[in-house]
Design a protein around this ligand. Structure first.
Ligand SMILES: *Cc1c(COP(=O)(O)O)cnc(C)c1O
Length: 455
């Protein structure tokens, strides 16, 4: 045992005695995956109890934007804590949520003026799905009750969110519990023909969506998509033209467009919201993850005024949207979110991200020549390297071989938290990363890929 793991050991033992971890086969902790107890974080770095540091290349599951223990967000949460930790949001309100809502509506695509809050991304998707369904019922079109989703999409893990998502690994066991949805092939540009541009591929793939809408629009409430990047589906990407065509088709067929910007919102793709790159406004926009800078769980569904108006009525007509969670609009979470948006306002975050993204792209592109790298792709501050057994045919490594796990373990040894999704090694670092730290992160990944693809 290294000295570092000796110091960690007591925490690991106590953890494994009681805690059932998310997204984990717990037996892996016997041998395959070390458990890492973290005692502190600062900027892009996490530090374990032995003093070993790890660069958080995945922003702690895509939530952290401005680093761990960010002084400005710390101060904001501390100040809120001294005044009000939480108050029921039904019948009551508070300053942090008012200011946050004003800031969100001024940042979001024009016209998204109403904010409905929940506690996490999945809950926001549940809210959006229920709200769309309920809207059509309130306006006298109750037959519009189905949802259209893209293959390989991910919208969270609660039953409604799981139903409108399409990642088999998470979904298949629970299928008997899930509502039936209409699944349309994704415009994922990994599948494009040789020589075909992203835009051409995405445009061509829209034919499937158009025909699904033509057939089903009378019974469809909404189409739900992850704009530009299907993150949990392996950082698969597509061209903004698809979103522009989808917006036009949703209008024409009288179907809501739900943009799940939970992972891609707040500057991840190079613009504040991914939808901006297509110049569109969704009917419902789900935000979470980066909303609080990675501090506290909070989510919001934003909608335009006409959608809100369909619920605004005499009490006795029972048209209200009664969805609620105990912690809706938590003041500490709202204070963290308000401070996070303040950083966007005060610093040149989007501009600086563009410069960082250029550097990230240059470094990651160098991996494209590797004999087992099928594709290197990037969208803003997301870069991904797709490993394949056969570079030419793109035949993937069988999932049972768990090649990504080798990259993960190598990363931990070298001081980087890389957490590949199957055969996809990706980078989604906090925006406070430096060019030198990007170099380190990509170097560690390259070494890990070398190891993982040997034999
Ligand atoms: C993470 C994610 C969700 C679910 O959010 P949770 O807070 O994990 O429930 C939904 N949609 C997308 C696109 C996500 O990336």
């Amino acid at each position: 045992m290294t000295p570092a793991s000796t110091a960690n050991a007591p925490y690991v033992a106590r953890d494994l005695a009681h805690i059932w971890h998310p997204c984990t086969q717990m037996k892996d902790h016997e041998r395959e995956m070390p458990m890492i107890p973290i005692r502190r974080g600062e900027g892009v770095w996490l530090e374990d109890f032995g003093g070993r540091r790890y660069l958080d290349a995945v922003s702690s599951w895509w939530v952290n934007l401005f680093g761990h223990a960010n002084p400005r967000i710390n101060d904001a949460v501390r100040a809120q804590l001294e005044r009000l930790e939480h108050v029921i949001l039904a019948g009551f309100t508070h300053e942090a949520i008012i200011e946050l809502s004003e800031a969100l509506t001024s940042l979001a695509p024009q016209g998204l003026t109403r904010c409905f809050y929940a506690d996490n991304g999945s809950a926001a998707v549940e809210v959006a799905v229920k709200m769309s369904f309920h809207y059509w019922r309130n306006v006298g079109r109750a037959q519009k009750r189905r949802f259209v989703t893209l293959s390989n999409s991910y919208h969270g893990e609660t039953l409604g969110a799981l139903a409108v998502g399409n990642v088999e690994l998470y979904k298949s066991v629970y299928r008997p519990l899930l509502m039936d949805v209409i699944t349309v092939p994704s415009p994922d540009c990994f599948d494009r023909e040789p020589g075909e541009s992203w835009a051409d591929h995405s445009r061509r793939k829209f034919a499937d969506m158009e025909s699904a809408l033509a057939r089903h629009a009378h019974e469809v409430a909404a189409v739900i998509v992850e704009p530009l990047v299907q993150c949990a589906g392996g950082m698969r990407m597509y061209d903004p033209v698809y979103l522009a065509m989808l917006r036009e088709a949703c209008d024409r067929h009288e179907v809501h467009l739900i943009a799940d910007e939970i992972a891609v919102g707040f500057g991840r793709t190079g613009t504040m919201f991914a939808c901006e790159q297509a110049g569109i406004r969704p009917d419902l926009m789900c935000l979470s993850k980066g909303l609080t800078g990675g501090y506290l769980p909070l989510s919001v569904v934003m909608t335009p005024e006409p959608l809100f108006a369909a619920f605004y009525d005499e009490y006795t007509r029972l048209n209200a949207f009664l969805h609620s969670h105990s912690y809706t609009g938590n003041a500490l979470a709202c204070a963290a979110a308000r401070a996070t948006l303040g950083i966007f306002r005060e610093d040149r975050v989007i501009e600086r991200n563009r410069e960082l993204a250029v550097h990230l792209g240059e470094r990651v592109r160098a991996l494209a020549d590797h004999p087992h790298v099928a594709e290197v792709r990037q969208c803003g501050m997301i870069a991904a390297v797709e490993l394949a057994r056969d570079k030419a045919t793109r035949e993937p490594y069988p999932w049972q071989e768990r090649r990504g796990l080798i990259v993960y373990r190598h990363g931990l040894e070298r001081g980087a938290l890389l957490r590949p999704i199957g055969n996809v090694v990706y980078f989604m670092p906090p925006y406070v990363i430096t060019p030198e730290e990007i170099d380190f992160m990509v170097d560690v990944a390259r070494e890990g890929i070398e190891q993982a693809t040997r034999a």
